[in-house]
Design a protein around this ligand. Sequence first.
Ligand SMILES: [Zn+2]
Length: 421
Amino acid sequence: MASRNDDDVCEEENIEGYNVDGQEDHFQYEGTEHVHSEVYWNSEYIFNEDAEGHLDEEEEHIGDRADPENGKHIVVRLSPTTADMVISSDEDEGDISKELVDKCISDDEKSEEEFRKYPEFDENATFGEVQLQLNMLFLNLTMFKKAVADYNIAVGRVFKFVKNDNERVRAKCRSDGCKWEIFCSWSNEVKTFKVKKFVEPHTCARGFKNKQANKKWLATQLADELRSYPTISAHDAFEWFKRYRGIHIDEHMLYGAMRLARTIVEGSEKLQYQKLWDYCEELMRHNPNSTFGLQVNRPTLELPPTFDILYICFNTNVQGFKAGCKPLIGLDGCFLKGYYEGQLLSTVAQDGNQHFYVIVIAVVEQESRDTWSWFLTNLLADIGQYSDNGWNFISDQQKGLKLALEELCPGTPHRNCVLHI
Ligand SMILES: [Zn+2]
């Protein structure tokens, strides 16, 4: 019988899959000469395949592999309902008796329908709803380990991995006297990873400080919250963890987690900005006669370009506006709440059902006379000049908009929305 060595356990870093270190934090353009230029929707601007960043998430390859269950791995189910219901055998636990082997359910006797009865782990389960059970199937062990961590943090218990390799993972409760345990390994039967032993529930007491809730885990939990509330304070984050995750975090850990969460959010948004060129090209390919514009700042060729303006106008929206809407155009701007902020400029009309009808949108760093002039120039180029079409405008008192309108559409009717007067 092989002995277990709990000293090998390293539970601090055992939650995998949150590798933010691997993210590209820079990108380079090659072969472009467009400095400070308005770069528009032209196929010659297709470049920068390097900008297609990918997260280096750790993924486990599940391919053909040797059967770890040959002979030594036999699972005997005696009762599906009691707590200590499973006797499992692997090389850790030595031989099992002949009588138990005789009770084994042979793989050959199982039909495919029986295989389908095995529950599959729901990787979309939200925190607190993570379920673990015997025979549950997992696509890989990373997913299993994360599920075990989420489950135990949610119920306020501390566990340790007593075995953790590419083919099997065993986790046990850290408390003396508590027999909670779960074991998952590759199953040739179903060609994926399966929970082969599950002893529950915890008989130990719940705690509100949990070592498994390490910095990486906390940061991953906090990242979504941070996207919605970029200015969240440490106090609010502490209260959020206490209320929605049931754990108390010490100050040092909290600040570390917030820094890491910001890196995760910033990194993912940076990657999305890098894909804007490809996004515009793809829009152009599927929407002929439309206008998609991306303007970047690039003081010198040595520096990477930074985002300045994005303009999106679908030809179908313009045609629909001209065919079915009153010639009254609403202009508005609002703040974007994302990590890099900026402002969204939009034009809306009213369709025959009295609903808002979006014509054109743009993302700019901030509203000003210059950005509104730029926006209106493009808008009029797409929908036609005001003098030919009799456009009327309505807006709130947007910064710089009045001056831009007087400059580009002198004499055209422009009213302020009563809500903003
Ligand atoms: Zn326990």
